[in-house]
Design a protein around this ligand. Structure first.
Ligand code: AMP
Length: 288
């Protein structure tokens, strides 16, 4: 770890620094983010420091992963606070590319991820995972880390990145980090700051409903009635629309009707104008 956070907004100096660390035999860990950092992001930084010598954090609000009606322009941006938090957390470098650096005039390549990107958020956010896969592939090539960390909070994103890295032989290990939650269960998210106080009071119900369903599934219950009941419960609590509440295999993300191997209950729902996502692991009782 260095005492001061290095800040890069051009690619060449960043690459030179990473190359110097690599020559010194240091293990480099990348944490890609969109900024508006919270304790969930900082948990990834802490993990990066625990498993490597150098933690590089990218901050880039990626326009290509937002749909035309989504919150790209109002997405929270506060680089000064982010940099102070990263310095405090002991990160070594911040990579702060501009939109022009990432997508210069004439940029025309896109990564089209496979089945992991189908359904769930992929069904409601057309093009989202292509945008994510494209920008993350670029970040991995730019930084060239040994390991890149992604939160389980965005579980489908984690599995999409794993599939892209595997398919394209990108020389990096992808690691998932468990979701950091508020004490009432709400998953930390940059978008939580959009929630009005009454919505913030309702928001933890999402995790409560998912956890309850996961417990019943682990005991061997059939998924369909539990999932339908969960949607009704969320709607009664004030969520709406509930875009999906599904049970998926934890590795392949294919739909599951009863839990026989590790799975995830995974959901996306609006609360007012804020879209919340969350997921909970289901481990069959016999394997727990
Ligand atoms: P974002 O800035 O929302 O793109 O998130 C950057 C990274 O932080 C992604 O890998 C997210 O999955 C991860 N992340 C976001 N929220 C949390 C959380 N509550 N716990 C753990 N990781 C998170």
């Amino acid at each position: 770890m260095s005492d001061t956070l290095l800040r890069f907004d051009r690619l060449e100096p960043l690459r030179a620094q990473v190359a110097a660390w690599r020559r010194a035999g240091e293990r480099i860990v990348l944490v890609p983010t969109m900024g508006a950092l919270h304790a969930g992001h900082l948990a990834l930084v802490a993990h990066a420091r625990a498993i490597g010598q150098r933690a590089v954090v990218s901050i880039f609000v990626n326009p290509t992963q937002f749909g035309p009606t989504e919150d790209f322009s109002r997405y929270p941006r506060d680089t000064d606070t982010d940099l102070a938090l990263l310095a405090q957390a002991g990160a070594d470098a911040a990579w702060l590319p501009s939109v022009e650096t990432m997508y210069p005039a004439g940029f025309s390549t896109r990564i089209e991820p496979g089945p992991a990107a189908e359904g769930l958020c992929g069904a409601f956010r057309p093009g989202h995972f292509s945008g994510v896969a494209t920008v993350v592939t670029k970040l991995l090539i730019q930084v060239g880390p040994d390991v890149a960390l992604f939160g389980e909070k965005d579980f489908q994103q984690l599995q999409v990145i794993r599939s892209v890295v595997r398919d394209l032989d990108v020389p990096v290990a992808i690691e998932g980090v468990p979701t950091l939650r508020e004490t009432d269960g709400l998953a930390l998210s940059s978008r939580n700051r959009y929630l009005a106080p009454p919505e913030r009071a309702t928001a933890p119900r999402l995790h409560a409903v998912l956890s309850h369903i996961a417990e019943r599934l682990a005991e061997g219950a059939e998924a369909a009635p539990l999932l339908a009941g969960g949607i009704s419960e969320l709607e009664a609590a004030g969520f709406g629309p509930v875009q999906y509440l599904e049970l998926r295999d934890a590795d392949t993300l294919s739909p599951v009707t009863r839990v026989e191997r590790p799975a995830r209950v995974i959901a996306a729902a609006y609360l007012g104008s804020t879209r919340l996502i969350d997921n909970v692991a289901v481990v069959p009782a016999a394997q727990a």
